[in-house]
Design a protein around this ligand. Sequence first.
Ligand SMILES: Cc1ncc(COP(=O)(O)O)c(/C=N/[C@H](C(=O)O)[C@@H](O)C(C)C)c1O
Length: 411
Amino acid sequence: GNFGRFGGQYVPEALMPALEELEDAYRRYVLENEDGFMDDFRRRLRDFGGRPTPLQRADRLSERYGREIYLKREDLVHGGAHKLNNALGQVLLAKYMGKERIIAETGAGQHGTATAMAAAHLDMPCEIYMGRTDVNRQRPNVFRMRINGAEVNPVDAGRGTLKEAISETMRDWSQTVEHTHYVIGSVVGPHPFPAMVRDFQAVISEEAREQILEETDGLPDSVVACAGGGSNTMGAFAEFIPDESVSLVAVEAGGSSLEVDEAAGVAPNSATLSTGEEGVLHGARTTLLQDSHGQIMESHSVSAGLDYAGVGPELAHLVDIGRVTPVNVDDRVALEAFHRLSTEEGIIPALETAHAFGYLHAVGTDADTALTDADTPPVESDDPLGETIIINVSGRGDKDLETVIEQTAEM
Ligand SMILES: Cc1ncc(COP(=O)(O)O)c(/C=N/[C@H](C(=O)O)[C@@H](O)C(C)C)c1O
């Protein structure tokens, strides 16, 4: 594999020519900056995407937990999430490759809207595959994609969620690869997708490492990011991986419980890195939620963006070698963190992002300096977060308001 024993290209023979062509383009344009591709990409990230994003000190959270807490504001990227970093890079690459059409899958709809925006910006026709279930529960994003000129293709197969959308997109691509590029939404899929998506998202930690050194004259003790497929995670970690003193914490969705119902093939969570087994999914060897027969299980999370039974192979590798610490928080903790960030810092986070703040709260306070109040648990002795923490705010919560209002009513 490309990441220890993880990664690889587990795809039908028909897709191999497409992957070879993409691997060649990735090396020339992304790794070697042929034709100034990366300069063009960075200029568009600045002028169209609104980068660099701030690394903002969270005054109220720093006071509450008695630490220095910095927020990397990917919620301020055009479109409201980190997803544009990758979508813009891949659509631009497709243009440099001479492709004429863009396709993509989406679950929460953030990746779909980012792809539709990038395709409109670069004058490329775009078709998004989205499970019927997700079309019905993420309507604002469906409207955004259509208003940006993309065709949204509801997928009725199976449960009508992300898994089926990915299968439909892969099928389309295998028949249209001559003129079509498939913009994958996370650091998943066959090589070179995981490495390429990480390289497009790495702008997050390239900026954050410079900003934290400028702000505090030193490296952070930890970087914390939520993990669905792992693209905002790998983007926030990439530049810090060589800095052994910096803990890298990936926060997954604990859903409603970590207890798996093998018979029903349902895992009521998406804590893949912590509870998954090695297997092959969507073209890569990685860690995934599977039953004892190796069948992929249904996952769950209150946040659509973390509701995924797989995870990127590079993240699986980094956990395997102990460089990344996988943790998880459940739906309730994430919803509480959603409200806490909104009222204490004036930032309404995406439900995915809220999981990272839920973990910060679960780790608790630095007992001797912070505000003490009833709902803040005492700090654990082996506290992995340390004094100075960067938390990646992967997206804003506008898309989640309806879900939260429903859930809050039930709580
Ligand atoms: C604001 C926000 N934060 C985190 C994530 C998790 O995706 P990664 O960053 O790739 O782990 C997401 C994932 N969103 C995808 C989407 O919008 O299509 C997701 O739903 C699917 C790839 C499963 C997200 O929207």
